[in-house]
Design a protein around this ligand. Structure first.
Ligand code: PSU
Ligand code: MN
Length: 307
């Protein structure tokens, strides 16, 4: 539900509004991945390709962002191109939205902000690449992404490829358990690690069929816990990276960030960019493949939930 105070500041794109009104499947997409997660022009090409994958799988895509002080649910091709190149676009998690709107700013929305906006717009399924999590060394820094607390309080299904080992994956799974967020792995016993199909840790629940997973999601919602669901979809085998290769790039990037004192909201974008350089672009290629794979699954889940 969009509150009266917010209504004048929210634009729902006509295609998205029509689908929501008719009960047809809609998939939300985030925009920090465009503004801070990938370099131009791959960011814009990917954003457009991901929207097409959602359409090809029977749902309407709604890329969410803040543009010039307005919450936008669904962007045009031109707008996707513009935010992918703009320099004055900040990274906004849920807590930043009020301030960005008040100063009529523009922002890429993180998983937490996108979940919040999707929920008020009535969109229940959201696809992304990787969610934030508990960072390595969090026992010192307390760096735990707001994505995890939002999953604990907002009833939106987030389809991701697991979390990458820039994070402490075991602590991230513990935190999700504390937040009462179920983790459903698709077609795997293991919780995936973004660039690779397994983190070496088991997921709580495995589903091999979209229909069965949608049934579990519907029942989870019926229980009224109010939490989201994390769907962890392993990267396709053909696109997965060699674990030793990518772990080295990640370890080097994490060490460099620590040496340079990079922290807080700058840390994840720094690590993603550095890993892309250190891997000679292979992390970006894998990232693009897994986001498309997640968009297709999210569209199928959204369709199954409507059935
Ligand atoms: N992981 C990625 N790509 C991304 C992000 C994470 O592989 O673009 C972005 C997402 O928008 C996510 C955010 O919500 O980073 C998390 O940031 P932080 O770790 O600062 O909470
Ligand atoms: Mn953080």
């Amino acid at each position: 539900m969009i509150s009266e105070a917010l209504k004048p500041l929210v634009d729902i794109e006509p295609d998205v509004a029509a689908a929501l009104a008719a009960g047809r499947p809609v998939v939300a997409l985030e925009s920090t991945i465009i503004t801070h997660g990938m370099p131009w022009p791959a960011n814009v090409e990917t954003a457009r390709a991901v929207e097409k994958v959602v359409r090809d799988n029977g749902a309407v895509p709604a890329t969410i962002a803040v543009l010039d002080g307005r919450i936008r649910v669904g962007l045009s091709e031109r707008e996707l191109g513009a935010i992918g190149q703009a320099k004055d676009v900040v990274k906004a998690s849920g807590r930043d939205l009020g301030a960005v709107l008040a100063r009529r700013g523009s922002a890429g929305t993180t998983v937490s902000a996108t979940m919040l906006i999707a929920a008020i717009a009535g969109i229940g399924v959201f696809a992304t690449g990787g969610v934030g999590g508990v960072h390595r060394g969090a026992e010192e820094t307390f760096d735990v992404s707001a994505d995890l607390t939002e999953l604990g309080r907002t009833d939106v299904v987030v389809v991701c490829a697991g979390v990458k080992s820039i994070l402490d994956i075991a602590k991230t799974l513990e935190y999700l358990e504390t937040q009462r967020v179920p983790v459903y792995a698709f077609g795997s016993d293991d919780f995936p690690a973004f660039y690779t199909r397994s983190s070496g840790l088991k997921a709580d629940h495995r589903f091999d069929e979209v229909a069965a997973m949608a049934r579990a999601i519907a029942l989870h919602r019926a229980l009224g816990t109010g939490t989201g669901v994390m769907v962890a979809n392993p990267i396709p085998a053909a696109d997965a990276l060699d674990p030793a290769f990518i772990d080295r790039a990640i370890a080097d990037a994490v060490a460099e960030a620590a040496k340079k004192g990079i922290s807080r909201k700058d840390l994840t974008p720094f690590l993603l960019a550095r890993i892309n350089e250190l891997s000679g672009g292979r992390s970006l290629t894998a990232n693009i493949a897994l986001v498309k794979n997640n968009a297709a699954l999210a569209a199928r889940i959204a369709a199954a939930l409507r059935a």
